[in-house]
Design a protein around this ligand. Structure first.
Ligand SMILES: [Zn+2]
Ligand SMILES: [Zn+2]
Length: 309
């Protein structure tokens, strides 16, 4: 399956309460260790729509590498580093192979359906690391809604896969030290963490009292699963923290709080990385949020009662 970023990205989302949160639209320097940002790649991918033979687009060589990596473009390995940005005969046959493989209409062009397929990520839940008191369907519904909030604003689709090992995003609940060098800390504090898609792990602290419906959970320390999932998916997609208090990417969440709606800050941040979903329009709700954004900008005081994620 497509790896979201072709470049090695070192990214870990857990920040302590002491750290100054970063605006969602800013990619911290530590995020990217390659020489080209994912921003450039994804915006270029969008420019490819309807490209056919003879077209020349900056960044097309990256798509050639992607096709080569996944077996659609069969050429000797020593040519890979010399890919040009020209849509040539060889590349056209790779597009045809790709379209055949996914059962798409074979056009030999990078039509919108083909580019959309390229921009699909899979996610899966660990069979062994779930929590007993929440039903699997409730957990899956929460995540489905969380993913759909992001896919509504960017041209990236998410589909659930049964194959955990090959999924782009791997979701599970873990407690304490669980082998990735970032031990969870028990009730509240750190709620979850996520790695970039090349790794793709999205871990939730099993010791939290997770809730899919805060009204039916009596616990004073209940944590809303959908709110945390939406935030962590933002990290999975490459966003850092935001200083906008109402934003999904603000780094703290109080117990018994549901916060699932993307704000202008989140939308601007993610669209800077992937471009806009052609169907996305700022709603009137979001337009009113534009003014509250300005009000909150710079407000970085964190409640001591909040948890980080
Ligand atoms: Zn972990
Ligand atoms: Zn976070």
């Amino acid at each position: 399956m497509f790896q979201l970023f072709s470049y090695k990205i070192l990214f870990f989302s857990t920040l302590s309460l002491l750290l100054q949160p970063l605006p969602a639209r800013t990619i911290p320097a530590t995020l990217i260790s390659g020489d080209v940002s994912p921003n450039a790649t994804w915006n270029n991918f969008l420019n490819f729509i309807d490209a056919g033979k003879g077209a020349n687009f900056s960044g097309m060589s990256e798509l050639k590498k992607y096709f080569h990596r996944f077996g659609y473009l069969q050429i000797p390995n020593d040519v890979v580093d010399n890919f040009t940005d020209v849509f040539d005969d060889t590349f056209e046959s790779a597009v045809v192979n790709y379209q055949r493989n996914f059962g798409l209409t074979v056009t030999g062009k990078l039509d919108a359906v083909t580019v959309t397929q390229i921009m699909t990520l899979t996610y899966a839940f660990s069979g062994n690391h779930m929590i007993g008191y929440l039903s699997s369907s409730d957990v899956r519904d929460s995540f489905r809604r969380s993913f759909s909030r992001w896919s509504a604003v960017i041209p990236v689709n998410f589909t659930e896969s049964d194959d955990y090992s090959s999924a782009d995003i791997k979701i599970g609940f873990y407690k304490g030290d669980h082998g990735d060098g970032e031990a969870f800390d028990g009730v509240l504090g750190v709620l979850a963490h996520a790695f970039s898609p090349e790794d793709g792990r999205l871990h939730l602290d099993k010791t939290e009292t997770w809730a899919v419906d805060l009204k039916s959970s009596k616990s004073k320390v209940a944590v809303d699963l959908e709110s945390v999932a939406t935030h962590e998916i933002g990290h999975i997609l490459g966003l850092a923290h935001s200083s906008v208090k109402d934003a999904i990417m603000y780094p703290s969440l109080s117990p018994r709080t549901k916060k699932v709606d993307l704000k202008v800050d989140d939308v601007e941040g993610i669209q800077a990385l992937y471009g806009s979903n052609p169907n996305f329009r700022y709603s009137s709700l979001m337009e009113s949020d534009l003014s509250s954004d300005k009000f909150y900008l710079g407000s970085t005081i964190l409640s001591r009662l909040s948890s980080t994620y």
